[in-house]
Design a protein around this ligand. Structure first.
Ligand code: FES
Length: 179
């Protein structure tokens, strides 16, 4: 049996046209696909990087009348976030730990641990803030006492206005980027 011979036929004009069309369509779909990826990526990049560029407004929020707080005690207070979205509902409510230092002085701590952001709890009997996630411990003044937190508890500025304690709200300061 003779070895199989390959038959090379000259490419017809119709074949060449078809190959050109395939190449054009492949190029077009690659270009459109790339364009779609870029267009879809813009909102994502905006979401990721806008907090680094956009300044969040800082607003003083009332957290209660001065006489409600006892000197030397630390209590939880809640207030509306600095930039509540119209559809945020109850999620725009945030919290802080407020300590009355003296008749006229208050210190407000963020509730979020500086390790990975878990909410810390105040343990009055031990005078410590405890983080339930990885055992982070903070002293009453917010300094790190033990565990993985790299920084003290961030503080919000606090003041008294017209008999009310107010806290200057700002983004939740859980990383060095937001200080
Ligand atoms: S999040 Fe608080 S110790 Fe890890």
């Amino acid at each position: 049996m003779p070895p199989e011979e390959k038959l090379y036929l000259p490419e017809s004009a119709a074949d060449k046209k078809m190959a050109d069309r395939r190449r054009f369509l492949a190029g077009l779909s690659a270009t459109l696909g790339g364009l779609a990826v870029v267009l879809a990526g813009f909102p994502l990049l905006g979401f990721l990087f806008s907090p680094l560029i956009k300044k969040t407004p800082r607003i003083w929020r009332r957290v209660g009348p001065v006489e409600k707080f006892e000197v030397g005690k630390t209590v939880a207070v809640s207030f509306t976030d600095a930039t509540p979205l119209p559809w945020a509902g109850v999620t725009s409510e945030t919290a802080a730990w407020l300590r009355r230092e003296s008749e006229t002085e208050f210190t407000a701590f963020a509730v979020n641990c500086t390790h990975l952001g878990c909410p810390v709890r105040w343990l009055q009997s031990a005078e410590l803030f405890l983080c339930p996630c990885h055992g982070g411990v903070y002293y009453a003044n917010g300094d790190v006492a033990a565990g993985p937190p790299p920084l003290p508890l961030p503080r919000y500025p606090a003041r008294i206005r017209k008999g009310q304690v107010e806290i200057l709200t700002s983004p939740v300061p859980i990383t060095p980027f937001t200080f």
